[in-house]
Each structure stands twice: as C-alpha cells, then as structure tokens.
Design a protein around this ligand. Structure first.
Ligand code: CP
Ligand code: NVA
Length: 317
C-alpha cells in the first residue's frame, strides 16, 4: 500500500511532539466515552500485531481495539514467522506493508524497530522493546490526566530499574507531557545516557524537570504519582545481575507512599510481582489506579492508531 504522505511511526515517546501527544490523549478520552465512534479500519483493513515476547494486556487491547475501529488484527507469534528465520527486517517491512495498514510489534532491541520502519510504508508501532514501552506510557498519561487534570508541572516518581523500557518511556513521554520526572534507582541501574539526553532535550522544550536519585524516600516526597515496574524485565532473567537485593529499598509500600502527596496515585504497567516491587496493600489500596491504567491501554492505542492513520492520509484525526 502506498501513500503520498510521509508515514509516521511510533517507535519511542518523542516520535510525537508535545502538541501531538496532547492531541492523541484528547482523542483517547473521547474514544473512552464513545468506543465505536471511529471506524478508520472499516473494510476490514488489517493491522499486523507481532509478538516476540509474552503479553496479556498488549495482545488483548490491540486485538479488541483494532476490531472496534472496524479492522482485522493479524496477531502472530514472531517465532512462527519468517522473521524468526533468515528473512531481513527490511524485506519483512516491505512485504507486510502490502497487506496491512499498520504494524504493531513487540520485540527485543530498539534497532530492530528502526530497521523495519525504514522500509515499511505503513506506520510501525512499538508494542514494547528492551528500551521503550511508549504505548503503555500513553495509557499512563491518560490515567493520570483522569485523576489530576492538567499534567504540566505535576511530579511523577518512578522506583526500580531506571534502565528498563518503562523508566525510559516514562522519562521521555513524561517530560513531553510537562511532568517533572524523578527516577529513583539503585546505583548501576540509571537510565541509558542517550535516552537521558533525548529526555533532557525534550524537557527543555516543555519546561519539565528531570531528577535522578538513589534515595527512594527523598524521591517520594511531594510526588503526585508513584510508578514502579518489575525488577527483572523480559529477557533479563539470566543477565547475571542481582535484581533483588539492591532493589528492596525501592519497593512501593505504605512507608514510601506516606512521603507522597496525600492524594498521590500509584501506577504499575503490570504484570505485578506482589511483595517485590509493590506490596499487596498498596496495589489493592485506595491510591492504586492500575486497573484503570490497564483499561486505558485499549483507548490510548485506538487513539494512536486513528491518529497515525489520519496522518498517513494527510488529514487530522
Ligand atoms: N503492561 C503490558 O505491556 O502488559 P503485557 O506484557 O501483558 O502486554
Ligand atoms: N519492563 C517490563 C514491562 C512488561 C510490560 C518488561 O519488559 O518485561
């Protein structure tokens, strides 16, 4: 499928400008109110949804979201395709673009997404890579906006592995929304320097601040949102690092929550490892918004697809 307009991809959080991110979030809120109001995939047009790692939320939310937009999701395990054998990512991008109107892909290294996006003539969406999880952060921002209204100037603190996909996307997507982002991580688990640099660049545009610290209690002080994630991401199970001991002080528990704003919310992309990065008391408690956050994957991703498809056709979403 070809188009006269330059195709837009969503491979990392700063692939959209602050104004564009706000547009997508407004559309996500609209779609939550009127889930069947947009049918850009009527036909049905197809979306390829490829997984090279496990998934519950991403798989269900994309498949249902695409159906609600009038389309058909071709959901495959990457290991069942020729991707898992010797076909290049470039050739795969070319071929899939002849069948579907967007490619949604959960994979390992970010450069794999970059490589496919060079030849794909339809939008490529990052459904989680080792470095970023930008669809999740759109849902997180939607959830936060529902609870707090305007995001600019609010304080969000992430606790745990500061070098994983969630930390990176919260950093980059968070400052794009004007959030002051603090990453509280044990020494040696700080964000990757090139991602930090990209986040600082974006923060300079939005007026947001970035703080890195090894002190979890200080990091919780005054936070409007506390966020955590697994200490061991998919693919890191045998990386030889101690992924428990150094992280214990960063557990999101009632002591940590007591330092935050009285109306602070707790986010977690899930799946949660109860008793590790978060306690049952907090996850099941009144500050937790994780179930709304999971639901918002559906609305935020539908909005993203509507927006990307409209851009490709040269129109407004
Ligand atoms: N949060 C998230 O991406 O969940 P899944 O791994 O279940 O898709
Ligand atoms: N950081 C986690 C997120 C899972 C949704 C992982 O990559 O496994």
């Amino acid at each position: 499928m070809t188009s006269a307009h330059a195709v837009r991809h969503f491979l990392r959080d700063d692939d959209v400008s602050p104004a564009e991110q706000a547009e997508i979030l407004t559309l996500a809120a609209e779609l939550k109110q009127a889930p069947f109001s947009r049918r850009p995939l009527e036909g049905p047009r197809g979306v390829g949804v490829i997984f090279e790692k496990n998934s519950t939320r991403t798989r269900f939310s994309f498949e249902m979201g695409i159906a609600q937009l009038g389309g058909h999701a071709v959901v495959v395990d990457g290991r069942d395709t020729q991707l898992g054998r010797e076909e290049t990512l470039g050739d795969t991008g070319r071929v899939l673009s002849r069948y579907v109107d967007a490619i949604v892909w959960r994979t390992f290294e970010q450069h794999r997404l970059d490589e496919m996006s060079v030849t794909a003539t339809v939008p490529v969406v990052n459904a989680l890579s080792n470095e970023f999880h930008p669809c999740q952060v759109l849902a997180d921002l939607q959830t936060l906006a529902e609870r707090k209204g305007n995001l600019a100037g609010r304080n969000l603190t992430y606790f745990g592995d500061g070098a994983n996909n969630m930390a990176h996307s919260l950093l980059l997507g968070g400052v794009t929304a004007g959030l002051n982002v603090t990453i509280a991580a044990p020494p040696g688990f700080e964000p990757l320097p090139w991602i930090l640099e990209a986040a600082r660049k974006r923060a300079a545009d939005t007026g947001a601040s970035i703080t890195l610290t090894n002190d979890p209690m200080a990091a919780a002080e005054g936070a409007d949102a506390l966020v955590t994630d697994t200490w061991t991401s998919m693919g890191q199970e045998n990386d030889g690092l101690d992924r428990v001991g150094p992280f214990r002080p960063f557990q999101v528990n009632t002591d940590l929550l007591a330092q935050a704003q009285p109306d602070a919310v707790v986010l977690h992309c899930l799946p949660a490892h109860r008793g590790e990065e978060v306690t049952d008391e907090v996850l099941d408690g009144p500050h937790s918004v994780v179930w709304d956050e999971a639901e918002n994957r559906l609305h935020a991703q539908k909005a993203l697809l509507v927006w990307l498809l409209a851009k490709r056709n040269g129109g407004a979403a």
